[in-house]
Design a protein. Structure first.
Lengths: 338, 163
């Protein structure tokens, strides 16, 4: 790890002031991803600004009937928060599906959004990687790409976003509140993470020097008909091959509104308005779910080692929609998929 | 490499309470809590396994919550209370988890054991695990390559009063 200057920020304005104009500065909060990447020499900040003292640790009701989650709320505290468990159980479930309890105790809400891909070539400084070193090439496209994207990739990058939490936030249509030198703004969750295109080094649409201060959840929480289904190579503490978050609003057997997002299949949580339109007004049955899966996966593209993920995704979507429609969400303790 | 990276970083002052003892330190900010414990304070009970947050051998309690000490800069925890495996035993008597791990033969080589026991102490304090299934899930951040998992779960159940 290279040497760096360490500074503590006292409040949001102080943090914004300290990072302004320094492209080699980074904020640190939970540290669970940044410190790992610094050890690997993938991230090489010359200044690290500790934001753990900022007053962004509250979970509060909003006047609109939603929830405002401070950027420094730890993953465990968020998953176990009574208002999240009651009103947004898909978010609680997704958080508990990720990482380990030690990491969830450290990792923050804002940091989860900003975590980098776990593509092994991104971590390997001896390998070409356009995300780590723009224009150096992509080692994954013709390499070991079993974990990689099947949707939204480009010739420059087929990395996936590894978060579980973000898949639920996509379904809930969260809003990301950020602050920067030019003021505060709100970014819709669908606009927060980017596709790789020819600039895979940019994971998000956060501007240089901006800080996430909160994540806001709208009132609709799909607390009755939801699930978070995650498939992975071992039963716990592994990144997803494919995951699916679902929120349904049912009128009897008819789907009034259906949302579903996939994790670990693309450079960002993957939602598709056309696939969700295929659910709307339809009976909640296997034929409807299969059709919606086909629509979402219509442009899916496999590489040498990950073509299996297309069929796995199709099955996971159908199973997850079934779980949500039945009101029997996936347990994150009992790993039996029913 | 930038010029900034060639210079020695300024030491940062940090004050920590570790196993009840107060420490005022000046540290290179790159020092992880794990390296501080092992290399500076001779508290070698906490183990370095992967050094990447993937194995749990470095688990300690920070303000009562279990965390991977390898993925921390110690200077970020100014004012915190740290408990390591050395701090669990009160006045020389084994902590109930230590006794239970002996009773159930919950280790072979023992390298992961300090992390397992600190993690189990955190788990019990959280109060979320009620079943063996839930213990297994919430202990998944601690890898045991000897494969003593069955006995580790039995030891934790003993302390939780489930057996």
């Amino acid at each position: 790890m290279i040497n760096f200057h360490y500074a503590r920020a006292n409040d949001v304005a102080d943090a914004v002031r300290q990072i302004a104009g320094d492209p080699n500065a980074k904020f640190v909060a939970g540290g669970t991803n940044l410190i790992d990447l610094m050890k690997m020499d993938v991230e090489r900040p010359t200044k690290v600004i500790d934001i753990t003292r900022l007053p962004l640790k509250q979970v509060e009701n909003t006047p609109a009937g939603g929830l405002r989650i401070g950027a420094l709320v730890r993953n465990t505290d968020l998953a176990y928060h009574p208002l999240v468990e009651q009103r947004y159980p898909v978010l609680a479930s997704a958080i508990m599906a990720g990482a380990s309890q030690q990491l969830r105790n450290m990792a923050t809400t804002g940091g989860n959004l900003l975590q980098r891909t776990r593509c092994p070539y991104f971590y390997d400084t001896a390998a070409a990687c356009n995300k780590r070193e723009p224009a150096s090439g992509c080692s994954a496209i013709d390499g070991h790409n079993r974990m990689h994207a099947i949707l939204g990739g480009s010739d420059a990058c087929i990395a996936t976003h590894p978060s579980d939490m973000c898949v639920a936030l996509a379904v809930l249509e969260a809003k990301v509140h950020v602050s920067g030198a030019s003021g505060d703004r709100v970014i819709a969750f669908a606009d927060f993470h980017r596709l790789p295109g020819d600039t895979p080094q940019r994971d998000t649409n956060l501007n240089a020097g901006e800080i996430i201060i909160a994540v806001e959840l709208p009132p609709k929480g799909f607390a009755t008909n939801y699930t978070y289904l995650k498939t992975r190579d071992r039963l716990s503490y592994a990144f997803a091959l494919v995951s699916v978050a679902v929120g349904l609003e049912l009128d009897g057997d008819i789907i009034k509104e259906g949302r579903f997002a996939l994790g670990s299949v693309a450079h960002r949580p993957w939602r598709d308005p056309q696939a969700e339109a295929a659910l709307r007004g339809q009976p909640a049955n296997a034929a409807t779910f299969a059709r919606a899966a086909d629509v979402l996966l219509r442009d899916a593209k496999g590489y040498a080692h990950n073509t299996f993920k297309i069929d796995l995704a199709r099955r996971c979507i159908a199973r997850a929609l079934t779980q949500a429609a039945r009101g029997t969400p996936q347990s994150q303790s009992s790993k039996k998929i029913v | 490499m930038t010029s900034a990276s060639l210079t020695t970083p300024e030491a940062v002052s940090v004050s920590l309470t570790i196993n009840g003892a107060h420490h005022a330190l000046m540290l290179d900010p790159r020092t992880t809590l794990l390296d501080l414990l092992r290399e500076h304070l001779d508290l070698t009970g906490t183990k370095k396994g992967c050094d990447q947050g993937q194995c749990g051998a470095c688990t300690v309690l920070i303000d009562g919550r279990r965390a991977n000490s390898c993925l921390t800069f110690a200077v970020m925890y100014d004012g915190a209370q740290i408990t390591t495996i050395e701090g669990l035993a009160a006045k020389g008597a084994l902590h109930p988890l230590q006794q239970a791990f002996i009773d159930h033969d919950a280790f072979q080589c023992g390298y992961c054991t300090p992390g397992q026991i600190c993690s189990a102490a955190g788990l019990i304090a959280e109060g979320r695990a009620k079943t063996a299934e839930e213990i297994r899930e919430l202990m998944s951040g601690n890898i045991c390559r000897c494969g003593a998992y069955t006995n580790i779960v039995a030891a934790i159940e003993q302390v939780m009063g489930r057996s």
